[in-house]
Design a protein around this ligand. Structure first.
Ligand SMILES: O=C(O)CCC(=O)C(=O)O
Ligand SMILES: [Fe+2]
Length: 267
């Protein structure tokens, strides 16, 4: 596993983290104590905490196998396809902070897919029908929540992605939307497109939920995998969530602005 963000001076850490987020859509921080306090301390740099309905009063949501009334889709041992968190909410979280407390013995690896690359691939390879569906908000449903949201939303010079395949109400999608979803699902489930990250105890991933899709591989149900998750509204992040799209230089060909991963984000 790459150590993109070795612990050092606190202020420098924060700046490195911001640069990685801006450059590549996520940052990996290794070697912090696996405590609630270190998660909350880090989260403070990314704005106000958004509390999930099943989170503890401090805003932390425990990701581990859970049964009963606090069960939830992430709280199983199943593989989770790459997604952005809660596109069915009026205001989805901007930043997702994921802390590894106990890794699975096998599997349970984090999957990351770059929404910027997906955007470029769709523009380059999507059929006219698929591209026409980009203007149509996708209908999401989850529990009491119902909301339609476009796959990509433009905000000034940046683009923000929202996508969660298992919450799309396919019965009310038109055929162009279904074709678009199929193409997106194919792309994000391809191991070629996924960055696979093995977190160890204490490691934290800070993920831009408007650029980077996250998921995880499945793991044996007997494993005591335990992660913690904190959602933040990004209000201290100086408006840099999402991505600057790659630009087309001439019809039919897309020339990318230099792709920058967290490794080359200057940290
Ligand atoms: O289990 C994981 O690694 C991630 C689960 C997840 O997607 C989430 O909590 O938002
Ligand atoms: Fe998630």
């Amino acid at each position: 596993m790459r150590d993109l963000y070795p612990p050092c001076h606190a202020l420098t850490q924060e700046e490195k983290c911001r640069r990685s987020l801006r450059g590549g859509g996520y940052a990996l921080i290794c070697g912090l104590p696996p405590t609630r306090a270190s998660l909350l301390d880090l989260g403070r740099h990314f704005g106000r905490v958004i509390r999930h309905e099943l989170a503890s009063p401090d805003g932390i949501y425990d990701v581990r196998i859970t049964t009963g009334e606090r069960a939830h889709c992430g709280r199983t041992s199943a593989e989770l396809a790459p997604h952005t968190d809660s596109p069915f909410l009026e205001t989805p979280p901007t930043i997702l902070v994921l802390q590894c407390v106990v890794p699975a013995r096998t599997g349970g690896l984090t999957l990351l897919v770059d929404g910027r690359q997906l955007h470029q691939s769709l523009l380059a390879l999507g059929s006219p029908r698929e591209l026409s569906a980009l203007d149509d908000p996708l209908p999401y449903t989850r529990g009491i929540h119902r909301l339609s949201r476009q796959l990509f939303i433009r905000s000034k010079d940046r683009v923000q992605i929202s996508y969660r395949s298992d919450c799309i109400a396919r019965a009310v999608c038109n055929s162009a939307q279904l074709a678009l979803c199929e193409r997106v699902d194919q792309y994000i489930s391809s191991r070629r497109r996924q960055e696979i990250v093995a977190l160890s105890t204490g490691d934290i991933l800070v993920i831009d939920n408007k650029r980077t899709l996250h998921g995880r591989t499945g793991f044996p149900a007997a494993d005591r995998r335990h992660y913690r998750r904190l959602w933040c509204d990004g209000s201290l992040q100086r408006g840099s969530s999402g991505f600057v799209p790659m630009v087309a230089s001439q019809p039919g060909s897309l020339t990318s602005t230099p792709a920058r991963g967290p490794n080359d984000a200057g940290c």
